[in-house]
Design a protein around this ligand. Structure first.
Ligand SMILES: NC(=O)c1ccc[n+]([C@@H]2O[C@H](COP(=O)([O-])OP(=O)(O)OC[C@H]3O[C@@H](n4cnc5c(N)ncnc54)[C@H](OP(=O)(O)O)[C@@H]3O)[C@@H](O)[C@H]2O)c1
Length: 357
């Protein structure tokens, strides 16, 4: 989403600080005026409110006292409906909506208040969890992309291995005014463009991660030159709905995939290893698993809430001659965790590159 500030990019960067939102146009845009009207003080009761909280933080900084009024969930839904409808004539097709990412992202979008009527889902398996949710929200669910009649935007949440079959079949839906957002690991903007015969739609290649399914993800994204301002705003809304967004150069995407895209799995594996190590030093397995789980989850939450970085937090709990130092000496040894992590991330980067071929 682009917000337009009279202070220009520098003022916007200062306000948003961590690159959540890009700011480059003037304050009087319809979008910002709608925010002024509707996005006042909204508490972030749970993770799914993260997007609204970001808008709200902006309003607090930009408007001070005027931003204190609370925004009802009805107002928020109205705002998002108007925002989305102003940018699309046909639905947003979510292809792969029954998958881990597709379904998880859809649930977050609905939680933050995006209008269900803006979506149509393609899921060949007719997954029960998706069908139940789609029925409840009144979202059409198709089992084959060939059943799609029209789409202003196509969100590709299929596996990269499915791309050669699926993407060319989308050709007939794509024109100059279409937007394609792909979260497929490794698949470049050029691949998508070729697969649809170089038609010239706006293409956004994004790499979200699993915490995005609870509104706590980070997505790196890149767009081609055909992406219009409206499409950029729509794509960023979808991505921001699941957490932070950083816009990057495409050459970084494979490495980003290896760090933040695959990163949650490394953290889960660390939790498993910690539990098994606990068992080896004598803990009952259930207790070891609970201790490891809460330790990793709590440390992540602390890192999230603390203004300190990971290295500072680690140094603060490592007293000289203590137990943590004894363990860290092993982890920091020449063939320790850093060297392992280097190899793991290099392997994932290489694989992302291969998936793109
Ligand atoms: N998982 C992550 O943490 C993560 C993070 C960042 C990015 N990604 C990217 O997100 C994408 C999806 O990953 P995932 O983990 O969510 O995989 P997934 O659970 O396997 O989801 C893929 C979905 O696409 C569906 N599909 C297959 N062929 C289709 C077709 N012809 N038309 C419509 N849907 C079709 C699959 O249905 P079937 O089950 O019936 O085959 C499945 O529901 C991948 O490209 C991955 O690189 C994943």
């Amino acid at each position: 989403m682009v917000l337009y500030l009279s202070g220009g990019t520098a003022a916007g960067t200062h306000l948003f600080g961590r690159g959540y939102l890009s700011c480059s146009r003037m304050l009087e845009s319809d979008f910002l005026m709608a925010l002024v009207e509707r996005t006042n003080h909204v508490g972030a009761e749970n993770a799914s409110d993260v997007f609204v909280k970001k808008l709200n933080d902006f309003m607090k900084h930009a408007l001070g006292e005027r931003s204190k009024r609370r925004m009802s969930s009805g107002d928020r839904k109205d705002f998002f409906r108007n925002f989305v409808n102003a940018r699309i004539d046909n639905p947003i097709a979510l292809v792969g909506g029954g998958g881990t990412m597709g379904f998880g992202l859809l649930m977050e979008w609905l939680k933050i208040g995006l209008p269900p009527s803006s979506f149509v889902i393609v899921d060949p398996k007719e997954s029960r969890h998706l069908n139940r949710a789609a029925k409840r929200e009144g979202i059409p669910c198709l089992t084959d992309i060939d059943q799609l009649r029209a789409a202003s935007a196509i969100f590709l949440a299929i596996k990269p291995q499915e791309a050669n079959d699926v993407v060319p079949r989308l050709k007939r839906l794509i024109g100059n005014h279409s937007l394609v957002v792909s979260i497929m690991a490794g698949k470049s903007i050029q691949f998508i463009s070729r697969a649809i015969d170089h038609k010239n739609p706006g293409i956004v290649r994004a790499m979200p991660n699993l915490p995005g399914t609870i509104g706590r993800g980070i997505t790196a994204a890149v767009r081609n030159h055909a992406v219009t301002l409206d499409q950029f705003e729509l794509a960023e809304l979808l991505l921001l709905g699941t957490g932070k967004v950083v816009w990057v150069q495409e050459s970084l995407m494979d490495a980003i995939t290896a760090v933040s895209g695959s990163g949650p799995a490394y953290t889960f594996y660390l939790t498993e290893c910690l539990a098994r190590a606990g068992e080896r030093v004598g803990l009952p397995s259930k207790l070891a698993a609970e201790l490891a789980h809460e330790t990793v989850a709590g440390s992540g939450e602390l890192l999230h809430r603390s203004p300190k970085d990971a290295a500072t937090l680690r140094a603060e709990v490592t007293s000289r001659g203590g137990t943590t130092e004894a363990a860290l000496k092993v982890l920091e040894a020449a063939n320790g965790l850093e060297s392992l992590m280097n190899r793991a991330v290099a392997a994932a980067t290489k694989r992302a590159n291969e998936l793109g071929e």
